[in-house]
Structure formats: C-alpha cells, structure tokens
Design a protein around this ligand. Structure first.
Ligand code: SF4
Length: 238
C-alpha cells in the first residue's frame, strides 16, 4: 500500500502542477474516492476549499476537530456552512476519559504553565482526534499556505506525511491572502469575522490572538512560549 501511494505521488505531482486548485481537487476526488478527507478549522482558506468541494458535490469527506475551546465565531461559521451547503461536517472530539483526567489533574488553563502541559493539551484535544479522523484514508486535503511561515515556502503541493502515513494535498499553498479574500467575497462564502479583527489563523480561544500588520504569523499563537516550541503536532513541518 505504501509503495502504491508513493508511486501515485510521483505520477500526480507533475499533473497537479498544471492544474488550478479546483481542478486538482476534482482530479484527486475521483482518483481517491472514499479515501480522501479534508480537515477544516473554518479559516478563510479552509472556507475556500470547502466551497470548492461542496459547490461541486465532490466526493471528499469533511471534518473538523472540536477541541472544546473554540471561539463562538467559529461555531457560527460551522453552522452557516452546514446550512448554506446543506451538509453535515463531521465533528471529532477529544477522548472523553483522557480529557477529563487531564483537566481534573492539571486544571482548565494549564497550557499557560508549561510547554509540556500545552503540548499534552494539544495532543489530547487535536492530535489524537486527528489520527482517528485520518485513519483508513489515503489523501488528506489541508488549507496550508506558504505565506503562513517561512518553512512552508518550499513545501510541495502534494507530499507524503510520514507521521500519519498519508498523502497530503495543499491546494491553496501558493495563494496570497488577497487571492483568498477575493475568492471569498466573489463567491459570497461565509467566513470567520475574527479575520476582520487581525486574527490570521484561528484556533482555540485561550491560545489565539490578533496580530499587528507586519507581525510574524506565529505571533498570534502561544505568544507566551519560545518561538521554537510553537507547533501543535498537526503538521510536522509547520
Ligand atoms: Fe489546548 Fe491551547 Fe492546544 Fe487548544 S491550542 S488544544 S486550548 S493548548
């Protein structure tokens, strides 16, 4: 299976480089039918991808990780998206026993106390549910964009994710923020209004804040930690 997927990767890379995100999604939806899944956090870029999938009824499963600590605005966009596209985005939650034990032992806001606590919280609320969501699939569609971090500049649009043993496709990798906004406006797509208030990426409420123009993308996440520790384990290279 591994060899087959890696061979597919080699075959698809040159083809995808000639296609638009919409065309790329259509092609991969056909080739990986039943085994292709898109993770959304309802960010601007994720809403663009959701629109491309849902407005064309592409056979791509869509899920979100509800950490239990999201912004009210995020739940609003989730509901609006379900209504507008007449769909039901799948929700994945933290393992009940693990989250109950963690919060009981450490308290509700222990992520501010140490990197270890923060990483445990991210693992329980995001990484483990993500692994459950991806299980049994062969291709994972994400909203990663190169603009979000220097490490993402050289990323291929289609890559092999060794940690999760899955192919990953980033259709909007080379889109600018302006292109994303333009697509949202042109197509009347519901989006998270926190983006209008300086939030570039929107995760959990206690760990996300707005940034100032010119600030590093990561200034809005886990700002109390050293730069080096800032990753949550969802995307190994980010
Ligand atoms: Fe926990 Fe913060 Fe990570 Fe969310 S971002 S899972 S609240 S540490």
């Amino acid at each position: 299976m591994l060899d087959t997927l890696q061979n597919k990767l080699e075959d698809l890379v040159p083809t995808l480089s000639q296609l638009s995100p919409q065309e790329g999604l259509s092609l991969l939806a056909q080739q990986f039918e039943g085994k292709i899944i898109f993770s959304t956090s309802f960010s601007w870029e994720d809403q663009v991808i959701a629109h491309m999938i849902l407005s064309q009824s592409l056979p791509v499963k869509i899920f979100t990780l509800d950490t239990g600590r999201l912004f009210g605005e995020t739940y609003y966009v989730w509901s609006r998206t379900n209504e507008l596209y007449n769909t039901k985005i799948s929700a994945y939650y933290p393992n009940q026993e693990h989250i109950e034990r963690f919060v009981t032992e450490k308290g509700p806001n222990s992520f501010y106390e140490s990197v270890e606590n923060r990483k445990s919280c991210c693992y329980i609320r995001k990484v483990e549910p993500l692994k459950r969501a991806l299980a049994g699939n062969q291709l994972w569609v994400t909203g990663l964009r190169a603009e979000h971090s220097p490490e993402r500049g050289d990323l291929p649009a289609l890559e092999w994710d060794e940690g999760n043993q899955i192919l990953k496709y980033h259709p909007l990798l080379h889109w600018t923020t302006e292109e994303v906004k333009e697509f949202i406006n042109k197509n009347g797509i519901p989006y998270n209004t926190l983006h209008d208030k300086g939030f570039v990426s929107i995760g959990c409420l206690p760990c996300t804040r707005a940034i100032q123009p010119g600030d590093d993308f990561r200034a809005g996440r886990w700002w109390w930690e050293d730069k080096a520790s800032k990753e949550c384990g969802l995307h190994a290279h980010s």
